[in-house]
Unconditional design. Structure first.
Lengths: 338, 338
DNA sequence: ATAGGCTGTCGAAGCGCTTCGACAGCGTCT
DNA sequence: AGACGCTGTCGAAGCGCTTCGACAGCCTAT
């Protein structure tokens, strides 16, 4: 293994000079720099990460904590994770993958050991038990998601409240007076996952304002669960003509069931989805949807974090504005043409 | 930040003693151990990762290289990644997430810098350009996937050749003589991704042996692409009564299209999928399928790797035997009852 | 009683890097 | 011409840990 000292000897300079060539923290003459760079190349030198971390107290690693559970939005998570890793690299950071399994202990371990310089948390609950730890440390962190109390925290998220509002607005504008919301699995609400709860808030408050009726039903994914949920909804509110779906694995089942029952989309019922772009365009009906900008969220998170690590930028909440794209799954409510 | 030396002082012992308490590499009297452990707890000590890595030349980090592209099997990738992270933790390792983006350079960087002790590669191509590097280093590695030349390599994968064979067998046994294979996107085959190619090999050779006709068509996911692909298949082989699908995002479209054309599953046509269990059970028809054991693959990979790191275990190929679960999407071929 | 072997502990020498202060050499200002 | 400030380079002191050899104290075997 090639060391700094060997490079220095090969180039005929001192070790510190090589170090300064690498870091650029002091000016080095062009000739010396080139000689050193040549030696580095010829010897195939790679700085030792451990030694670097020890000497500089910086690991150049960002920890990313992903949820262990895979009951929702797996592709979104993956896309965020990949965006985080890619963006981090462009800033000279590597990414350490932590699962939620260890919970708060992982936060303690990572900050305590200096394994990572900063961390990004996904799947944040409204009252997440990791938050006090984050507030208590000087290590920068960014949440992807929005907890209830954001003091002292930096968060990046889609504005899910606005998302909910937007969906209701769109349907209301088309004349739908009875709207059903197919939500995530009950467990997601039970653990107070921010995005689900906030979407619901947005849906409800806008519905109230616009005077439309809203029925929310959590739903496990899959056909059987969706069939049951749909039956109950139509039983309770037979006049339902608009659906908002926030659950990837319920979308296709819903469309199939509606078709099967002879309810045409969008002639008889309209469907708005909150899902990744790809899902909306690849579904059996091209879906009117609000996209979940996974890449953008991952990128933003890293950029906030790097800013904090560089001493720029303070705590702040970045809420990405939702955009509703009209496709083929929504149209005027049938009653409104009567 | 608490250091080893402070713990030692607090406990009234030398630093090396504390170190040995932590590592267990030398025997320590019970009383001393307890005193040290108490100090560790009271001071909230966490060993510094960088210093450890430097002194021991071990980082206790495993690098996991995931594909950048998201054109296939995203949930499977995610599940593997999570299984890798979880299993690694139980062995005292953390996981560094690398995207395929940097390609071979990432391998060089990680092995050169001692950032990680070992690495796991996913999405291996038959003639992957990272392989020579892996063979040339002394750093242990495990591939998830099977390249063409496995000398000097450890691989973990589902036995996709057997998987293909199994699917054909099942359909042939039911009397289907004309089988169509809906494959991954063309790009997947073009870059010679091992699992896709091997499945195809298994399908073809078993089909030849059993004397059934096989038509393979790559397919991008989604309804439009599937509609086109299906039309072509039925045009070319109108008698097709069995389908093998190896493309998550083509499954639901296929089922919907068949339904739409009045072809009942499984009465008129049978469908076998190669997909994660969850997809098979949540589809609109409960699918006869060969499961992709993502968790198991991730776990196996880590366990092989840890064995190598411990000096146990040599190069070897672990091929997980496929299991076909019969559900509601396959039945006797219509002609065979005539 | 003595040699030999354990057991438990300590001190010290690094691991490879960063960074601080020092300073030689040179150009510039008065 | 002397003082001053740059620029570019060096040496040395750590960063916090692991690990090796040494050794004190004790037990066992002779």
């Amino acid at each position: 293994m090639v060391t700094l000292a060997e490079v220095a000897q090969h180039a005929g300079v001192s070790a510190s000079t090589v170090s300064y060539v690498l870091s650029g923290k002091r000016s080095i003459s062009t000739t010396t720099r080139q000689r050193v760079e040549r030696s580095i190349r010829e010897l195939g030198y790679h700085p030792n990460a451990g030694a670097r971390a020890l000497a500089s107290s910086k690991s150049n690693i960002i920890a990313l904590m992903v949820p262990l559970r895979t009951d929702m939005y797996v592709p979104v998570m993956m896309e965020i994770a990949i965006a985080v890793a890619t963006t981090a690299r462009t800033h000279g950071y590597d990414v350490l993958l932590l699962t939620g399994e260890e919970g708060p202990d992982a936060v303690r371990r990572v900050t305590g050991s200096g394994l990572a310089d900063a961390m990004i948390l996904m799947d944040v609950e409204l009252d997440d038990e990791r938050l006090p730890l984050l507030r208590g440390t000087h290590q920068p962190s960014v949440l992807i998601g929005l907890p209830a109390d954001i003091t002292g925290l930096t968060c990046v998220d889609l504005d899910f409240k606005a998302t909910g509002a937007l969906c209701v607005e769109h349907l209301a504008m088309l004349g739908h007076r009875d709207i059903a919301v197919i939500g995530e699995a009950p467990a997601v609400y039970e653990r107070h996952t921010g995005f689900a709860v906030r979407t619901l808030e947005g849906l409800r408050s806008r519905a109230r304002e616009l005077g439309v009726r809203l029925l929310h039903r959590p739903c496990e994914g899959g056909y059987d669960a969706m069939a049951l949920t749909l039956a109950r909804i139509l039983d309770e509110r037979p006049g339902t003509s608009g659906f908002v779906v926030q659950n990837e694995s319920a979308i296709e089942p819903l469309l199939a069931l509606l078709r099967q029952q002879g309810r045409a989309v969008p002639e008889d019922v309209s469907v708005v989805a909150v899902c990744p772009e790809q899902v909306a365009t690849q579904a059996s009906v091209r879906l009117t949807s609000v996209a979940i900008p996974a890449q953008e969220m991952g990128r933003h998170a890293v950029e906030r974090l790097v800013a904090k690590l560089d001493g720029r930028g303070a705590d702040e909440v970045v809420l990405i504005s939702p955009e509703l794209t009209v496709r083929a799954s929504t149209g005027p409510a049938p009653s409104s043409t009567t």
